[in-house]
Every structure is written in structure tokens, then in C-alpha cells.
Design a protein around this ligand. Structure first.
Ligand code: PLP
Length: 430
């Protein structure tokens, strides 16, 4: 007897708050019942009822090779036989650290952790420990995991300290967090003019992927680099999403900008829980056991997770991988624009590497304010119409989408046919 998605959701809600172990999975912003997935392969996922979907969530980023790549599965199976966790160092950890350092030259030294949240939380602590300063700057709409000091929304007006945007975070815990508008380098200069000697670091998603997709304006990242250098603050690129997703060397490779610290996650674990932070050798030397900044993890560098990460890193290193990935993303993005125009729906789309954004607005947004002004109702209608026809986009208007190397022409063209009908449904509904 197979259970339906609705039955599983009811059952889940009895024991798991909201029925899910991470909030956006709950479909709250789009309505309806979350799909309980059973199996995935390449560009497809199957739910508990056996329905197949073309997947553009990709586990929220890791599944760049498509789901269940045979080489990755084999590596995991082989590693598992030798033991699941040792709590002692292994050669595989060195190999993954060396691989990351070789591909991202700014990462002179690397510490492996088990999630993106751990990576960013640790990088912030390290930046504060290294500089001896308390304050940090983050940008509105950027997500850096759920550590207390990063769960902050902008205060009223520029140059105000942030307010917690989660219950359970005392205002004192975010009193040192400044929240500024993304793509506004002038606001950053003003903040440094006021608080420069107290600012430990600027943390940024160098291509923002947690408020839909928003690309950095020309000069924005360079401006951050300059002002951080001028004031002796550290620049942290949170490439948990963009690392090995937008190109072979993340955003730092595309722009040539060298951050002091980088955080990674998602793709580097190939679907297993892996995060990493790293950067300047003199900064990393402040981490325990070398230095006074404490950081630790029972399962850090887990051997099975390392095996998945190493197999993934090897496969994405193939010549032409990112050209092919970007080509498929473009096919999707351009196709969607065309189909929306045919249906007369105000719509824009953007893509970079294996990441894309869909916007129910006339133009591609450049800030949190612009992206939140989009037509959320239109997104919901589009999302549900696509889902009903077997295309699974992220269940929120404020998430980026992900293409894998297994999204071939046939899969994308099928998606475009479904999208065309969804755009028409939307046009008729107004
Ligand atoms: C996903 C993400 C995180 C958090 O990573 P988790 O593994 O979910 O803890 C941090 N920063 C960015 C940019 C992310 O996209």
C-alpha cells in the first residue's frame, strides 16, 4: 500500500513541526501539498505516488550532475563499507581540501564542516577573532544560513543597525550586524565612514540566490573589495550556492575578485552534508588548534560525505562542463522569455552558469526591494500549473532555480511546452 502525498503530509505534521525539516519545503508560500519524494535520477524526481517531475530544485543546489550520478553513488557505497565515521583525520579530507584550494586560489587553507550554516557562522567568528572587531555588514535579501547574528532584517533607514527577523534572537545578539541594500556600494562606504574601525567583515552572496537570482551591479563587488582593504576589514564571499555552480571557480573566478574568506557548501558535497570555509593563510591560522578562535565538529570531514564530494568535484572538472551547463540554462531562460511573451504575460528571466531566476515583472530586478515588488500571485499560478504537468520549480517566488548537466535539450523543450501552457493559464486567469 503506497501512501499519497497528502497522507504522508498529515502523518508528518503529527510528529514534525509543519511536516518538514526545513521550512520552504512546506509549500506554504505556494499552497497545496508538498510532494514527498522517493527517488531521483538525472533531471527527474518521483514522488510517493509514483508521479515523475522534471526537477529544477536540484536539492537546492547540490545536484549539479543530476540526481544519483552512478560514479558518485559508487564512491559513496565503497566508502561506506570502510566505516561511516571515525572522528580522526583521513586522507580523503586532505584530498577534498586540496581540490578546493587548487580550484579557488583565494582559499590558501580550508576547514571542512557539515553545512553552509556552519561554514558562514565559523567564518564570521574567525573574521571577528582575526580583526578583534565586533561589527559585520550583510546585505538585505542575502541568506547566509541561520546563525543568530545573520538572521537580521534591515532597520528603518540606511545606516541603522539591524533587527532580528526570527523570534528567539535577542536584539543584543544582532546589535553588531549592519544590514545594507544589495548593489549599493555607496551605503557601504557610508557605513565604513561611520563605523570603520569597528567593522570586522563584509559578507555577501556575490551573486544573490536566496532572493530569487540577483546579479551584482557592475563595480559592486570591486567596491566592496576596495573599501574592505582600505579599512582592514575582511571580505567574505558566501559561495555556498554559487561555488562550482556559476562556473568552475565560482563568482571569484568570473570576476577576478579575491575575497579574504570564502564559504562553500551544496555542490562540494554532491548531495551529502559538506560545507567548507577558507581563505588567507594568516587568517586561517587563528582557528583552533593553531589559534584562539574555536571551531569544531564531530562529523566534520565525514568519510562518506568526502567520497561524494570528491567524486562530484572530479566530474565537474571535465573540460566543457560549464559551457554545456550554461548553454542548457540559456536554452531554458530564453525559451521561457519567448513563451511568456507569446502568452502576453509580463515576465523576465536571468541565468548564470547553472542557476536561473524567474520574475513576474517587466524587468530583471537588481535589489531586494525590486524583487519583492514582483507579482507573487502570478508566480503561484505558474508554479501550480507547471507542477500539475510534471515540472517542479522551487516552491517560492524568492528562490533561484537550478539546472543540472542532465537537463538535456529534450528535457528543457518539454519544460518549455509545459511552461507555455502555464503562461496561457495565467493569461486567462486575469
Ligand atoms: C544554502 C545557503 C547557506 C546555508 O547552507 P545550509 O547547508 O543550508 O546550512 C548559506 N549561504 C548561502 C549563500 C546559501 O545558499
Amino acid at each position: 500500500m503506497t501512501s499519497t502525498n497528502a497522507e504522508l503530509f498529515d502523518r508528518a505534521c503529527r510528529t514534525i513541526p509543519g511536516g518538514v525539516n526545513s521550512p520552504v519545503r512546506a509549500f506554504r508560500s505556494v499552497g497545496g501539498t508538498p510532494r514527498f519524494l522517493k527517488r531521483a535520477s538525472g533531471p527527474h524526481v518521483w514522488d510517493a505516488e509514483g508521479t515523475q517531475y522534471i526537477d529544477y530544485v536540484g536539492s537546492w543546489g547540490p545536484a549539479i550532475l543530476g540526481h544519483a550520478h552512478p560514479d558518485v553513488i559508487r564512491a559513496v557505497q565503497e566508502a561506506a563499507v570502510d566505516g561511516l565515521s571515525f572522528g580522526a583525520p583521513t586522507e580523503a579530507e586532505i584530498e577534498l581540501a586540496e581540490t578546493l584550494a587548487a580550484r579557488l586560489p583565494s582559499m590558501e587553507q580550508v576547514r571542512l564542516v557539515s553545512s553552509g550554516t556552519e561554514a558562514t557562522m565559523s567564518a564570521i567568528r574567525l573574521a571577528r577573532g582575526f580583526t578583534g572587531r565586533p561589527k559585520l555588514i550583510k546585505f538585505e535579501g542575502c541568506y547566509h544560513g541561520h546563525a543568530d547574528s545573520l538572521l537580521v532584517k534591515a532597520g528603518s533607514g540606511l545606516l541603522t543597525l539591524g533587527n532580528p527577523n526570527s523570534a528567539g534572537v535577542p536584539p543584543e545578539f544582532v546589535a553588531h550586524t549592519l544590514v545594507l541594500p544589495f548593489n549599493d556600494v555607496e551605503a557601504v562606504r557610508q557605513a565604513f565612514a561611520q563605523w570603520g574601525p569597528e567593522i570586522a567583515c563584509v559578507i555577501v552572496e556575490p551573486v544573490a540566490g536566496n532572493m530569487n537570482l540577483i546579479q551584482p551591479a557592475p563595480g559592486f563587488l570591486q567596491g566592496l573589495r576596495e573599501v574592505c582593504t582600505e579599512y582592514g576589514a575582511l571580505l567574505i564571499f558566501d559561495e555556498v550556492m554559487t561555488g562550482f555552480r556559476v562556473g568552475p571557480q565560482g563568482v571569484q573566478g568570473l570576476t577576478g575578485i579575491r575575497p579574504d574568506l570564502t564559504t562553500l557548501g551544496k555542490v562540494i558535497g554532491g548531495g551529502m552534508p559538506v560545507g567548507a570555509f577558507g581563505g588567507r593563510r594568516d587568517v586561517m591560522a587563528q582557528i583552533a588548534p593553531l589559534g584562539p578562535v574555536y571551531q569544531a565538529g564531530t562529523l566534520s570531514g565525514n568519510p562518506v560525505a568526502m567520497a561524494a564530494g570528491l567524486a562530484t568535484m572530479a566530474l565537474i572538472g571535465a573540460p566543457g562542463f560549464y559551457e554545456r551547463l550554461a548553454q542548457q540554462t540559456n536554452r531554458l531562460v530564453e525559451g521561457l522569455r519567448e513563451r511568456a511573451a507569446m502568452a502576453g504575460v509580463p515576465f523576465a528571466a536571468d541565468g548564470i552558469g547553472g542557476m536561473f531566476g524567474l520574475y513576474f515583472s517587466e524587468t530583471v530586478p537588481t535589489s531586494f526591494a525590486e524583487v519583492t515588488a514582483g507579482d507573487v500571485g502570478a508566480f503561484k499560478t505558474f508554479f501550480q500549473a507547471c507542477l500539475a504537468q510534471g515540472v517542479y520549480f522551487a516552491p517560492s517566488a524568492f528562490e533561484a532555480g537550478f539546472v543540472s548537466i542532465t537537463h538535456d535539450d529534450a528535457v528543457i523543450d518539454r519544460t518549455l511546452d509545459v511552461a507555455e501552457s502555464a503562461f496561457r493559464t495565467l493569461a486567462q486567469s486575469r
